[in-house]
Design a protein around this ligand. Structure first.
Ligand SMILES: [Cu+2]
Length: 257
């Protein structure tokens, strides 16, 4: 037993020494990575999903957003929200919108905060472009990537785990278009509420050591992934040797997950 413990300690040291220099190298060249999965905002009749990554280097943020299952054929405003609680709204945030229970963008502000950066496809990215519907991705499934300059406040929120990615535009009544079923938008009365209500939401968190499993950042970080995986393998082998007698399980598919 004592032998196994020494083994684990040695493997842990190996893993650290193999992983740390490579991680530092990746951080200085490609920025620090943050990621989130995007989930449907409750009560808003959304069945889509998505994911987002941010690689932050100083005030330069390379943002990717991938979605699926959103309302097709319409633009989806999307932003980095900041200065809230750094969370996504629960169903408790819903209010009465034209006789229906749903979450407007304003209803979600206590959770995810105000617009810090508008994730437009071109031009201005300030909160002033929050509803620049002609400069946002369109369609149910899209891949967005842009490197943009963020404010000190937004960069600080990202580093502190307080930044939230929100994609807007919902098909509340299942009509296949933005309708006035929820009345006018709380942000701009010229737009229907369905065009601006939040659809997908995810709070950004620092990527775990070794990088993300998805997104372009994973490709850039492959060398340091390899280092960490090699270190991890030592740990697995050592741990496996120590516990083999205690947990002799057949090699089923579940064991590999
Ligand atoms: Cu937003």
């Amino acid at each position: 037993m004592r032998k196994a413990i020494y083994c684990l300690a040695a493997a842990g040291t190996l893993g650290l020494s193999a992983g740390l220099p490579a991680t530092a190298l990746a951080d200085s060249s490609a920025g620090t990575g943050y990621q989130t999965s995007l989930s449907p905002v409750p009560t808003n009749h959304v069945t889509g999903s998505g994911s987002a990554t941010v690689s932050l280097s100083g005030d330069q943020a390379t943002v990717t957003v991938d979605t699926t299952g959103l309302l097709a054929g319409v633009p989806h405003a999307m932003h980095i929200h900041v200065d809230g609680m750094g969370t996504c709204p629960t169903a408790a945030a819903a209010t009465d919108l034209n006789g229906h229970t749903a979450i407007s963008t304003t209803d979600g502000h206590p959770a995810y905060g105000m617009i810090g950066t508008s994730l437009t496809t071109s031009g201005d990215t300030s909160p002033n472009s929050g509803l620049a519907v002609d400069r946002f991705p369109t369609g149910s499934s899209f891949h967005y990537q842009r490197t943009l300059t963020v404010t000190d406040d937004v960069a600080g929120n990202i580093r502190d785990g307080k930044a939230v990615i929100v994609v807007h535009g919902i098909d509340y009544d299942g009509s296949g278009k933005f309708t006035n079923v929820l009345g006018a938008s709380d942000l701009d009365p010229k737009l229907p509420q369905t065009a601006t209500a939040p659809a997908l939401c995810g709070a950004l968190h620092a990527m775990p050591a070794g990088g993300a499993a998805t997104g372009s950042g994973a490709t850039q970080h492959r060398p340091d992934n390899a280092g960490l995986i090699a270190g991890g393998s030592f740990l697995l082998i050592a741990a496996g040797a120590g516990t083999w007698v205690l947990r002799r399980r057949p090699p089923t598919g579940a064991d590999r997950s």
